[in-house]
Ligand binder design. Structure first.
Ligand SMILES: [Mg+2]
Length: 137
């Protein structure tokens, strides 16, 4: 756990007070809470969670997150569509796709739309934190 904090602190070297804003997007309430609970970065501040792509888009405009975890399969607007819209609004946003759709085509499409990382469900706390660390590097 302290290793994660150290690595993150290093990434923020020279800008120690910077806090990154996190948005969690998943249609499962349990999964949203799991991600929120499991992430171990002190300088990642949760600004909100959304249950579908449309909600995420609205919340994004209000809260301007720097880091987003993004489910793929969701009602109303899926993660693939949402990624494209978020990146159009803020090209520098960092998006980690967290999905059970582990097929290569989905991952490739998400990356093409502008996602920066891919984590397959189910995942361990360690895998989640390593994926976030990688994303923020
Ligand atoms: Mg889903």
């Amino acid at each position: 756990m302290s290793g994660m904090r150290n690595r993150n602190a290093k990434a923020l070297n020279g800008n120690a007070k910077r806090c990154f804003k996190l948005m969690i997007v998943d249609d499962s309430n349990l999964m949203r809470r799991r991600i929120e609970r499991s992430q171990q970065f002190e300088d990642l501040q949760l600004v909100g969670t959304a249950g579908n792509g449309l909600e995420a888009l609205e919340l994004f405009k209000k809260t301007d997150p720097d880091v987003v975890t993004m489910d793929i399969t969701m009602p109303r607007m899926d993660g693939i569509e949402c990624i494209g819209q978020l990146v159009a609004l803020k090209p520098a946003v960092r998006i980690l796709v967290i999905s059970a759709l582990a097929d290569k085509a989905t991952a490739v499409e998400a990356m093409e739309r502008g996602a920066n990382g891919f984590l397959e469900k189910p995942f361990t706390d360690r895998q989640l934190n390593e994926a976030i660390a990688e994303l923020m590097r």
